[in-house]
Design a binder for this molecule. Structure first.
Ligand code: ADP
Ligand code: MG
Length: 600
């Protein structure tokens, strides 16, 4: 277990780069500060010795003023050195955290886009940010304090032999017992219980957040106590785990620990009583009393140091989770970038015997799928939910890479195309379009950063967004998501289409939204789509079959396989899956029309 912890710290320090030296310097300075902090106690001992020697003629103790100044000097110097130590470790810690963030973001830039689909980007940012922040306390304080504490233990051992080893041993025994008690709480099989306890705490706080988020839903739907279920059981779980850990594991060791840290006297006083007779018989009464005075005062720093060990131990635990969090980001798979990129010959798209399985899944989402789209053609992917349509579309811009087979753009494997060239060639509009919290102008311009304001405007016009711009207070410069300027789903889709139009890519991948807000929006979106798709290669995922009637080819995906393909007329003349979907679709449309007529 120790070994592992050391590795994690080493791993963190790797991120520090050349600032790592500062961490080590800080650790050394912290040790020096600790040793300097012990000197005043020695001065007290020296002063006490001189005073007792000359008692009661105090004026003869000429040296004690010197000891006083020495004590002051070392105490003050110790504080300064400790301050310097913390400066070093803080500088290194902040730099390390910054490097972790930088490297994490750099790494994320190389991960496939699809990775962000299954790992919400907010969550990733949290992991990276949280992980980086958690390392700060460890690197800035805990490491230096651990070294300081080790220095203190060594110092104690030395002083033990310098003054009275029996009294020193008594203090040391107290310290050792308290350290042992701490490790009992955190080591061995208790480590698992502590983990469970901490996990339960995490779960509870997350459930709490969820609960607060869900309050509007609870209110609207007049839900009862059952909607608290997840939160309630998280609390109950936490309370039972907390009881198990604190009551079952910690009660005795923690009592022992606190008793020993706070009451070093428990060992010191009996030890002194035991050795008193022989010391007194030896005649060195003064020396005996001075030593006792020294250890009585000295025991105070034992408590401080032990408290630091406690913090340091929890710092090490945090480091472990922090490294694990950072690793999920740093070890995310990256897309291999080709060494000698090739240029696509045209704007056709082809799937050659493509099989793709999502990571962590056993069943392929696509299996042996082959089809060809010639430049300028429009093909539609249709089929039941979960059939693999979105997956197939995502493979074209390399949101993911195929497990086997090939995806070709212009007769070149997408893996052999420079990612920038591929991105320039393919525009995609996906179902769950989210606009950024910035102006409409910037949202659209994200598709082609060098576009002028006029170009953005005409793209918005082509995407039928004029009505949106008119009703917004600052038109194209209106910030979205601020002060109540929210766009409906259909409106957002149109702004996203403006981006795709602006990008002017020859290949369009389109995942049609399942439901638009209202018929008016729908008509506008259809118009915008028409502008967008004219003269381009289009791969369209259609949910409303009315939009696919004119497609050059319709591919019906079911369970990751191509169930059938052909033009609309061909497919409807048979009695396959598409024919059934078509008749169901028509019934649904008729039902809708009927209900509108009857005023339902
Ligand atoms: P469609 O778009 O036709 O509804 P999808 O391509 O979204 O179908 O999904 C095909 C299959 O792959 C489904 O079984 C789905 O559960 C699975 N799937 C989709 N996305 C992921 C993902 N990010 N991770 C794991 N499995 C996924
Ligand atoms: Mg889908």
């Amino acid at each position: 277990m120790k070994q592992k912890k050391r590795n994690e710290i080493a791993e963190l320090l790797r991120y520090a780069g050349k600032y790592r030296a500062l961490t080590f310097l800080g650790m050394v300075l912290s040790a020096v500060a600790m040793v300097m902090g012990m000197v005043p106690y020695v001065c007290i001992w020296l002063a006490a010795r001189d005073l007792i020697r000359v008692a009661p003629n105090w004026t003869q103790a000429a040296e004690i003023a010197k000891y006083g100044w020495m004590a002051f000097g070392f105490a003050f110097g110790g504080i300064l050195v400790y301050f310097a130590a913390l400066m070093c470790t803080h500088l290194a810690a902040f730099r390390t955290a910054a490097n972790i963030r930088k490297q994490g973001v750099a790494h994320m830039m190389r991960t496939p886009l699809g990775f962000f689909d299954s790992n919400a980007s907010g969550l990733l940012r949290n992991r990276l940010d949280g992980g980086a922040a958690e390392t700060e306390t460890l690197l800035a304080h805990n490491l230096a304090d651990i070294v300081g504490t080790v220095a203190m233990f060594i110092g104690m051992l030395v002083l033990m032999f310098v003054f009275d080893w029996r009294m020193g041993a008594a203090c040391l025994v107290a310290a050792l017992i308290s350290v042992l008690a701490m490790f009992t709480m955190m080591g061995g099989k208790n480590a698992k219980l502590m983990m469970e306890y901490q996990t339960a705490q995490d779960v509870m706080s997350k459930a709490g957040t969820e609960y607060v988020r869900g309050i509007p839903v609870v209110k609207v739907f007049q839900q009862t106590v059952y909607s608290f279920k997840a939160f309630k059981s998280a609390i109950e779980d936490y309370s039972s785990k907390a009881e198990k850990y604190t009551g079952g594991v910690c009660r005795v060791p923690q009592s022992v620990n606190l008793t020993c840290t706070e009451g070093v006297f428990i060992f010191l006083v009996p030890a002194v009583l035991l050795i008193a007779p022989s010391a007194l018989a030896g005649g060195d009464f003064a020396g005996f009393i001075t030593n006792f005075a020294f250890y009585a005062v000295f025991s105070a720093i034992v408590s401080t140091a032990l408290a630091r060990v406690m913090f340091a131990a929890s710092g090490l635990m945090l480091a472990k989770t922090a490294v694990a969090r950072i690793d999920t980001v740093m070890h995310a798979p990256t897309l291999p970038v080709t060494e000698n990129p090739q240029t696509p010959e045209d704007n056709g798209v082809e799937f050659k015997d493509v099989t793709f399985t999502y990571e962590g899944s056993d069943i392929p989402a696509l299996e042996h799928v082959s089809f060809k789209v010639r430049p300028g053609q429009t093909i539609a992917l249709v089929g039941p939910s979960g059939g693999g349509k979105t997956t197939a579309a995502s493979l074209i811009p390399r949101f993911w890479d195929v497990s086997s087979g090939e995806v070709l753009v212009g007769n070149v494997n997408v893996k052999d195309i420079d990612p920038h060239v591929l991105m320039d060639r393919v525009a995609f509009v996906f179902q769950n379009t989210r606009l950024f919290k910035t102006s409409i102008l910037e949202n659209v311009r994200a598709a082609r950063p060098d576009a002028s304001r006029e170009e953005v405007k005409s793209a918005l016009h082509a995407a039928q967004c004029d009505d949106i711009l008119e009703k917004l207070p600052d038109g194209i410069d209106t910030l979205i998501g601020s002060e109540g300027t929210y766009l409906s789903g259909g409106e957002q889709q149109r702004v996203a289409l403006a981006g795709a139009i602006l990008k002017n890519a020859p290949i369009i991948v389109l995942d049609e939204a399942t439901a638009f807000a209202d018929p008016e929006n729908e008509a506008l979106i259809q118009k915008a789509l028409k502008t967008l798709t004219e003269g381009r290669t289009v791969i369209m995922i259609a949910h409303r079959l009315s939009t696919v009637v004119g497609a050059d080819n319709i591919i019906v995906l079911d369970g990751g396989h191509i169930a059938e393909e052909g033009r609309h007329e061909e497919l409807t003349s048979g009695d396959g899956l598409y024919a059934r979907m078509w008749s169901e679709y028509n019934q649904a449309v008729q039902w809708k029309i009927a209900s509108v007529k009857e005023g339902v």
